[in-house]
Structure formats: structure tokens, C-alpha cells
Design a protein around this ligand. Structure first.
Ligand code: SF4
Ligand code: SF4
Length: 129
């Protein structure tokens, strides 16, 4: 026992004068690593309604729905879509962002927001319109 204590004491003293490795979350925050896969966010202005994200989502966390359809003066039909995201199922895999073919910019991207806890499951349902 005294041998173990002797080996431990230098380690204990060393750590007394070191900065803590943790922060007092949520009062203090570290910056998140670049590229963190946070919350998927959809931009309906860019969505072409292909439903690839819905089909490929491994957690069945996405629903794409057509909201409206209008014929433009040039005769082209313009459709608008909404995305319902069930964050309580989302695994933050980024497959939706990866597969989205919208150009020149993807219609769904993951941001760096990660604090998704909620008391009510309904609060984790987000509709982008
Ligand atoms: S990040 Fe993954 S699990 Fe979450 S909505 Fe996109 S495809 Fe589904
Ligand atoms: S993959 Fe992109 S363009 Fe296709 S439905 Fe999903 S968000 Fe819209």
C-alpha cells in the first residue's frame, strides 16, 4: 500500500498545478471541432424535391413533402418542398448532405449545432418551409 501511495503522490501533486482538462459547461464552452456533424438544415429555396435524402437517411428522420406548384410566365412549372426533420432519430451521419444533388449549392447541410436535448420529443421535430 505504501509503495502505491509513493507512486501516486508525485502524480497527484503534478495535477494540482495543471489547468483542468474540462470546462464548466454550460457556463464555459469549448469551440467545436471544424466539420462537426451537427443539425441538418434544409433550404427550401434550393430543394428540387428529388427525395434522395429521405430515401437514403438510415434513421428515417426526413420527410420531404411538396407544398405548392406554380406555372411561371415562361411556362415552366415551379414546385416548392418542405422538409420535416425528426431530430430524435437523426444519427448525424451527414448522408443527406452527401447525397443531395441540388446545384450549385446543396439544399441540406449539417451545421455545428449539437445541443439537441429536450424534455418533449415533439420539440425535436423541425419543419423547414
Ligand atoms: S444526418 Fe443522417 S440520420 Fe440525420 S437526417 Fe441526415 S441522413 Fe438522416
Ligand atoms: S436530396 Fe436535396 S434536393 Fe433532394 S429532396 Fe433532399 S434536400 Fe431536396
Amino acid at each position: 500500500m505504501s509503495l502505491r501511495l509513493g507512486a501516486m503522490l508525485p502524480e497527484v501533486f503534478r495535477h494540482l498545478f495543471k489547468r483542468p482538462a474540462t470546462v464548466l459547461y454550460p457556463f464555459e464552452r469549448n469551440t467545436v471541432p471544424r466539420g462537426l456533424r451537427g443539425r441538418p438544415v434544409m433550404d427550401p429555396d434550393k430543394c428540387i424535391g428529388c427525395r434522395m435524402c429521405e430515401r437514403d437517411c438510415p434513421a428515417e428522420a426526413i420527410e420531404i413533402k411538396q407544398e405548392s406548384e406554380a406555372t411561371m410566365p415562361d411556362g415552366k412549372v415551379k414546385k416548392r418542398y418542405s422538409m420535416t426533420l425528426y431530430l430524435d432519430r437523426c444519427a448525424h451521419c451527414a448522408q443527406c448532405e452527401e447525397i443531395c444533388p441540388a446545384k450549385p449549392d446543396k439544399a441540406v447541410k449539417l451545421n455545428e449545432y449539437f445541443e439537441e436535448a429536450a424534455f418533449d420529443r415533439g420539440a425535436l421535430k423541425i419543419v423547414y418551409k
